[in-house]
Design a protein around this ligand. Structure first.
Ligand SMILES: [Zn+2]
Length: 470
């Protein structure tokens, strides 16, 4: 059965469209110059600051998009995919298929993952909340409790078919499978707590094709999620690709090229299917990767830009490709995907206590994707304390970013326009005070939940001291 169509959304959306900014023509709505007039000291949770009248870019065409009424949605996430990719200016052409897809897509050029490593980032993406607001055991490879409501559960309840395939053993124990009709893991993976040597894209792509070959998908709307893992360290060589060189980044780039080839193979399969032309594709990363920035390698533990900025673009059939430059968070993906299926984001199942406030905290990107003027809002990135890491939380407001260390023990503020490498922390003065005030006001709205198993005596490596008798 086909569900409520996106057409039912269009009158609302079209009414709100001021302009459709053509790709590359979108002014950065969150330019640093906006700071002076930046209003409220107590932002609401989603902090939508509408553009003042007259601020719209009137140069672009306004065109009613012809989006299919019976969309399917496929989310393709890629582990460790940094924001600096060929479509955003990285000089080495390491991902031709993704680059071609991005050119047809609505690209969120300043997108943030929910956190800086897989467990927290994807937990937050699925739950549409900060990971610290979700029931979780507190271990680094954390388990999310069944009390959490994940957006695929709402799709499932609305009779959208839900499919997923993954390429790391963690996906069999994370609690992420809630709401999925099919949940497959590439078999025979070697588990290693500190790295990943498996090469999985060929088998993951084959598994994705198998799931997508279900004849029922021709007549049933579906959501599918496939998470590619190969860019994760250890960076494995692949015959016929590069070598680009011998640095970590060179080796990583070859992994991205390898993954891109299998993403491309999957895109070709999707295009060949009877439902291919009505399928929206969302591409993102679960976090970035470090190559020596701030003395760090791989990912996790901190919230520096290279660890949390990721690609985020959406190929929406019938929509005009564009760039949206204001900061955007993966917290918006749950409401966006629900919106694409016409499922209300507050259609919370009866009797479910997710632990925090019901509903999903982000906002649907669908209006923007259909051409509405972007609505700048603050982005929050969250790394709750785990067995192996201390707490970090960051707030991005336009070009300003505050990082809170520990239990808000101290703050650093960065002007990302002037200091994109976050090398010169601002620790006093008006700009610092304004960001701290903004952060504290935001914190008032957060429903943090302590972890259920790894608590005091365990968090932030306390379990090691205990083990040593220290
Ligand atoms: Zn990851």
């Amino acid at each position: 059965m086909r569900l409520q169509s996106i057409r039912s959304l269009l009158p609302l959306v079209l009414a709100s469209i001021a302009t459709a900014c053509a790709k590359h023509a979108t002014p950065d709505a969150a330019a640093p110059g906006d700071e002076a007039g930046a209003p409220p000291p107590t932002p609401p949770r989603t902090d939508v600051t509408p553009r003042p009248p007259g601020a719209e870019d009137a140069r672009a065409d306004v065109r009613a998009p012809s989006v299919p009424a019976d969309l399917d949605v496929i989310l393709l996430s890629i582990d460790c995919l940094r924001a600096d990719m060929p479509w955003s200016g990285y000089p080495r052409p390491i991902a031709p298929r993704l680059t071609a897809l991005e050119a047809k897509s609505i690209d969120y050029t300043t997108a943030y993952a929910m956190s800086s490593y897989t467990s927290m980032s994807l937990g937050g993406l699925l739950g549409g909340k900060l990971p610290g607001e979700m029931r979780r055991d507190g271990y680094f490879f954390g388990y999310y409790g069944k009390e959490n409501v994940l957006f695929p559960e709402l799709l499932h309840a609305s009779r959208v078919r839900t499919l997923a395939a993954h390429a790391h053993g963690y996906f069999s124990s994370a609690g992420f499978e809630q709401g999925f009709d099919r949940w497959e893991i590439v078999p025979d993976l070697k588990w290693n707590n500190t790295t990943d040597e498996n090469i999985t894209s060929p088998r993951l792509e084959a598994l994705a094709e198998k799931l997508l070959s279900d004849p029922a998908l021709v007549s049933t709307r579906f959501f599918a999620w496939f998470h590619f893992l190969d860019p994760h360290d250890r960076y494995m060589p692949h015959p016929g690709i590069g070598p680009y060189g011998t640095t970590g980044r060179d080796l990583y780039d070859a992994e991205v090229t390898f993954t891109d080839g299998y993403v491309g193979k999957l895109l070709d399969f999707i295009a060949s299917q009877p439902w291919g032309a009505r399928t929206a594709l969302i591409v993102t990363g679960d976090h970035g990767e470090a190559f020596g920035e701030h003395g760090q390698y791989v990912h996790g533990f901190e919230l520096w830009e290279n660890l949390v900025r990721v690609p985020l673009f959406v190929y929406l059939p019938g929509a005009t490709p564009r760039h949206v430059d204001h900061p955007t968070s993966a917290i918006d993906l749950a409401p966006t995907i629900l919106d694409l299926f016409g499922v209300a984001k507050d259609a919370w199942p009866d009797g479910i206590d997710g632990g925090g406030p019901p509903g999903f905290e982000g906002q649907s990107l669908v209006p923007e994707m259909l051409g509405a003027a972007p609505a700048p809002r603050d982005v929050v990135i969250d790394l709750p304390a785990t067995s192996d890491s201390d707490r970090r939380r960051a707030l991005v407001h336009g070009a300003m970013k505050l990082i809170a260390f520990g239990q808000d023990s101290f703050f650093q503020v960065f002007d990302l326009a002037q200091d994109p490498g976050e090398l010169h922390p601002i620790t006093k003065g008006d700009a610092f005070a304004a960001m701290v005030e903004r952060y504290r006001a935001f914190e008032e709205t957060v429903h943090d939940i302590p972890p259920t198993k790894c608590t005091e005596g365990c968090l932030n490596r306390a379990y090691l001291k205990k083990k040593d008798g220290g």
